[in-house]
Ligand binder design. Structure first.
Ligand SMILES: C[S@@+](CC[C@H](N)C(=O)[O-])C[C@H]1O[C@@H](n2cnc3c(N)ncnc32)[C@H](O)[C@@H]1O
Length: 263
């Protein structure tokens, strides 16, 4: 297995991503999350849609790449009796433990070598993690999540959509070495097109929906002021309500739900 990517990602999160500044903001937020206002209502909507996907599930939740346990993760955790956090970054687990305390167990491990037995969790949340795993290991990472999930359990994955129009433009710009839309490449990123997910249909019912219209770097470049961002996210919210299938193709992030149907 090629662990070079994992080493690079771990180093980034331990040495930079989960390090907080004097205002207690982690670098991940400054670098990749904060667009400077205008998407607050949209963010609340995304969080509600994520929580809804898990609301009929209880028992034991596994959070893969738990990171600094943002609010969406903490609220998802509240719906379960027990929570297992897995991350390759010790710094991530330390922050997670401060937020979840004894409700959680914390494993410094890769999902590729997850220390959990078969059929032992009721649901999985894996947000913005899989596309930071080496492209040749992503299938195995998903298979591991399926192995650990009980039959009837649900796996929710937030993933990048490489064929979204803005992603295609980004790749074209990269070819011409115009990197503004991309931001500085600090982390490995690779994502497969939506039809890659059909390989898991023998074990799971698979559904893919649009999740987030635009990445932070795209928003920072294309929507430079708050009023533009508010208008765009307002429009995006209405568009995805009216055209969910199109949103799954056009949006920069998708949410993949795997309902495990076979032992
Ligand atoms: C972009 S952050 C996402 C954090 C959080 N899930 C969120 O949505 O904000 C990615 C996290 O996944 C972790 N990670 C990356 N590769 C991993 C792997 N193979 N197994 C477990 N965690 C991993 C990183 O250390 C980091 O904490």
């Amino acid at each position: 297995m090629n662990n070079e990517v994992e080493k690079q990602v771990r180093r980034f999160y331990d040495e930079e991503g989960w390090v907080a500044d004097e205002s207690n903001t982690v670098a991940e937020t400054t670098l990749f999350r904060d667009v400077g206002g205008g998407r607050e209502i949209y963010d609340e909507k995304l969080k509600a849609s994520l929580l809804k996907l898990l609301e009929k599930h209880d028992g034991r939740l596994m959070i893969v790449g738990s990171g600094d346990l943002p609010q969406s993760h903490v609220q998802a955790a509240q719906q379960f009796n027990k929570v297992v956090c897995i991350d390759i970054s010790q710094r991530a687990l330390d922050i997670g433990k401060q937020k979840l305390g004894d409700k959680g167990t914390y494993h410094l491990a890769s999902i590729l070598e997850a220390p959990l037995v078969d059929n032992s969790v009721d649901a999985v949340l894996c947000a913005h993690v899989l596309y930071h795993i080496d492209r040749y290991n992503q299938q195995r990472a998903v298979e591991e999540m399926i192995r650990i999930t009980k039959t009837g359990g649900r796996i929710v994955i937030i993933y990048l959509n490489p064929n979204a129009p803005l992603m295609l433009i980004q790749r074209a710009l990269k070819l011409f070495r115009v990197n503004k839309l991309l931001g500085k490449a600090k982390l490995y990123v690779h994502s497969y097109p939506i039809n890659w997910w059909s390989q898991f249909e023998s074990d799971c019912k698979v559904s893919v929906s649009g999740y987030d219209a635009i990445s932070t770097n795209q928003a920072r470049t294309l929507l430079p002021n708050k009023s533009m961002r508010s208008k765009f996210f307002n429009w995006a919210s209405r568009f995805e309500d009216n055209h969910p299938r199109l949103a799954a193709r056009l949006w920069s992030y998708v949410i993949v739900v795997l309902d495990k149907s076979h032992p």
